[in-house]
Design a binder for this molecule. Structure first.
Ligand code: ASP
Length: 305
């Protein structure tokens, strides 16, 4: 297959989403949200912009959409607060930025980008991120901005031990290849519903939830974060592409098999240096979407579509 001029993949979390439990309105709202994110990222790529700007643009749209577990509408800690994690990586030079436990930055992916672009460091956590972001002029919101009724209800159910399948987690992410062949990845999440305060998952960990390197691939993951950290998922997929010559699809499958063997579940989106793509999951569903320069524009939810 000819390499498209540019490619964008996004996800909005993997897990158990059953058709029977999804109302037509929710189904349509999720698909519209995924399309909005594809549109934002595609505009950057179609106009010759950088992959790193495209993944940031796509993730910002998903952070602003309260249906997804990132930014507004994120899941809550046991104490009812949103603690947000995000990371971004540029495949051109493997520069990366990550933030954890953000509480007041409207778009945590912007804070991750700020870390990458301005600090010479890779990762910051806790209240210092909020302070740095405010100083840098990023939009700051009160902690209540992130809290929605739906997530409060989900937290109540979790505390009462009456989980519903869709209550558990989620995450949003994007990977892209731009017209110049550069790769980038970005991931943003509220983490796991009812997580203990201070818990950090794979999403802001470079090499676990996010990785990008022009010579191999770009990956954004979603799933049981602890397992994704232990299996170094994002970096492992890129290593398999680089060292074993696997396609994005093969490398994603082999690595998700490792996660499953440890007892974890989830999904990944991958774009390889050759333009090959993978949207892989070992769950019943993953909110996902794909667009490229040849006119492909598709979104999906269930594993069998
Ligand atoms: N990976 C995220 C975390 O563990 C959650 C998810 O993607 O569902 O924080």
């Amino acid at each position: 297959m000819a390499k498209p001029e540019w490619t964008l993949l996004i996800h909005g979390g993997a897990g158990v989403m059953r058709r029977a439990e999804m109302t037509p309105e929710m189904d349509a709202a999720y698909r519209a949200g995924l399309n909005d994110a594809l549109e934002a990222g595609s505009q950057v790529l179609a106009s010759g912009g950088l992959a790193v700007d495209a993944v940031e643009a796509a993730v910002r749209v998903l952070e602003d959409n309260p249906n997804f577990n990132a930014g507004r509408g994120a899941v809550l800690t046991r104490e009812g607060v949103a603690e947000l994690d995000a990371s971004i990586m540029d495949g051109r030079d493997r520069k990366a930025g990550a933030v954890a436990q953000v509480r007041t930055v409207k778009n945590p992916i912007r804070a991750a980008r700020m870390v990458m672009d301005t600090t010479g460091r890779v990762m910051f956590a806790g209240k210092d991120v909020d302070a740095m972001a405010a100083k840098a002029g990023l939009e700051i919101v009160p902690p209540e901005y992130f809290v929605t009724q739906r997530r409060q209800d989900a937290l109540k159910r979790a505390m009462a031990g009456t989980w519903e399948p869709m209550d558990r987690h989620g995450t949003v992410g994007a990977v892209a290849m731009d017209k110049a062949g550069n790769l980038a990845a970005a991931t943003s999440t509220g983490g796991m519903n009812a997580k203990p305060p201070g818990r950090v998952g794979d999403s802001p960990i470079i090499g676990a939830g996010t990785y990008a390197e022009n010579a191999s691939c770009a990956v954004s993951a979603t799933g049981d974060g602890e397992y994704f950290i232990r299996a170094s998922v994002a970096r492992m997929i890129c290593a398999r592409v680089a060292m074993q010559g696997m396609s994005a699809e093969q490398a994603a499958k082999a690595t998700l098999d490792e996660v499953a063997a440890l007892g974890g579940s989830g999904g990944v989106i991958v774009v390889g240096h050759d333009g090959s793509v993978a949207l892989s999951m070992n769950t019943e569903a993953m909110f996902r979407g794909r667009a490229d320069a040849s006119g492909v524009r598709e979104v999906g939810i269930y594993a069998d579509e």
